[in-house]
Design a binder for this molecule. Structure first.
Ligand code: SF4
Ligand code: SF4
Length: 446
């Protein structure tokens, strides 16, 4: 694609990077075929190619974002399916990240939109606040009908209340150890990302990862002070906030690399993994953090990626259960991890089934299911329909957002008179069980 940025514009590293990306697009349109929003809406401006044109026009013309651009960029899931399909290697992720930050700087959203976004940014990345928000949501659930009719923000508030679980698992006890020693001789030492939302909603995921890694001779450290990776606010274009979260984690992990030594930084939420692997790019021009960020990114590994490099013993409990494996977009498109989780599950004695339209997003996409509840609902219904057709005993995936989204899809089907919902768990919970850990709660119940 031909571009006409001025030298002054290209002096800005973010603009220079976007210009380079825009130049690689050859308008072929192959990406439209695999874009979920184009699939649902059939509008060129809701396809990757259409959005690329809109972003080019906005950035090149140095225009404030228009309501039209904002509408179509907001509808993008950042699922990155287009990146997998693109034969020219267009780095859509870095382009849309830049465009979202540009929008936040140049566009004034409606009061309702601003309020919902501020609420999400202020609560989700902070464990204690998120826990308090879920408790408040439990009391507000009966008011969903009234709140859902509020102008501007009603459907989003209703989506938040719908997604909030009825109960939360117990909070990790204060003074819990930060280092989990390997059983037997130590073969490796890794840091595990605790993160923000996941340890509140489903602490059993990281507990399963720690148990299994320890049994395999890997010492696990939860680096003191580590927190949200910044992905949730990054996808809302809140650059200052996402960089602050990322910078904090980089310093914390770098300290751990320098003192105790780390063989990897292991992540059990693929949405977070995609962002942490991008820290090197995010801080490429930061004199203080560029080298440290690149080091952290180089060590970042999804749990399935890390386990695939280890020698796993024979499964102690080959259950023979049929597992529908849902590959999160951040796993397959963001990190290009496709076969590893399925191979691990098969090796552990599960019958693994692929899901039709596996490349299409389930609609979770960070906070997309709150900000775009209608489109997210359509994608959820489509996804759970495909999963249901595999007749699974259990559904496995590697991202907490997808777990919540798909579980809600199945719960809705059951409420509408469908069959009892299958348990939806993290891949690591099944692997831990197969190699000697406890049966995941949802699976045990069935
Ligand atoms: S597939 Fe790639 S090169 Fe073709 S239009 Fe889409 S982004 Fe551009
Ligand atoms: S990231 Fe996903 S939703 Fe956005 S343009 Fe690409 S394929 Fe479409």
């Amino acid at each position: 694609m031909q571009t006409n940025f001025t030298p002054a514009q290209l002096a800005d590293p973010a603009m220079a990077s976007s210009e380079k990306i825009l130049r690689t697009c050859v308008h072929c349109g192959f990406c439209t075929a695999t874009c979920p929003t184009y699939l649902l809406l059939g509008d060129e401006l809701d396809s990757p190619r259409g959005r690329i044109y809109l972003m080019k026009d906005m950035l090149e013309g140095q225009k404030p974002a228009s309501p039209e651009v904002v509408t179509h960029i907001d509808r993008c899931l950042s699922c990155l399916s287009c990146m997998t399909t693109c034969p020219s290697g267009v780095h859509y992720m870095h382009l849309v990240d830049h465009a979202r930050a540009y929008i936040e700087k140049t566009y004034r959203r409606s009061p309702g939109d601003r309020l919902v976004r501020a609420l999400l940014a202020a609560t989700l990345p902070h464990r204690a606040r998120f826990r308090a928000a879920i408790t408040a949501a439990r009391f507000a659930k009966p008011l969903k009908g009234v709140l859902g009719t509020l102008p501007f923000m009603g459907p989003r508030l209703a989506a938040m209340l719908d997604l909030a679980p009825a109960a939360l698992p117990a909070k990790a006890r204060a003074g819990r150890p930060r280092i989990f020693r390997a059983s037997g001789a130590r073969k490796a030492r890794v840091a595990l990302l605790e993160g923000c939302v996941q340890p509140v909603l489903t602490p059993s995921i990281n507990e399963a990862a720690i148990r299994l890694l320890n049994r395999l001779g890997v010492e696990v450290v939860l680096a003191a002070g580590e927190g949200c990776c910044g992905a949730l606010v990054h996808h809302m274009g809140r650059k200052a906030s996402s960089h602050a979260f990322a910078a904090h984690n980089i310093e914390v992990w770098h300290e751990e690399i320098e003192t105790g030594g780390l063989d990897a930084i292991v992540i059990t939420a693929s949405g977070c993994g995609t962002t942490i692997k991008d820290y090197g790019f995010m801080f490429r021009n930061d004199a203080k953090l560029a080298v440290k960020a690149a080091r952290v990114s180089a060590l970042a590994k999804d749990i399935s990626e890390y386990l695939s490099e280890l020698e796993l013993p024979a499964s102690t409990r080959p259950s023979g259960l049929t597992v529908a494996y849902h590959s999160a977009c951040s796993m397959q498109h963001g990190q290009k991890i496709i076969d590893e989780p399925k191979k691990l599950l098969r090796g552990a004695g599960f019958k693994v089934k692929d899901v039709a339209e596996g490349h299409i997003c389930c609609g979770s996409a960070g906070v997309y299911n709150i900000l775009q509840p209608e489109l997210a609902g359509q994608l959820r219904e489509r996804k759970t329909g495909h999963i249901a057709r595999t007749k699974p005993d259990v559904v496995a995936t590697g991202n907490i957002g997808c777990i919540t989204q798909i579980a809600k899809g199945f719960a809705d089907r059951a409420k509408a008179g469908g069959p009892a919902p299958p348990p939806v768990v993290h891949t690591i919970e099944l692997l831990d069980w197969a190699f000697g850990g406890p049966c995941p709660e949802g699976v045990a119940k069935t």
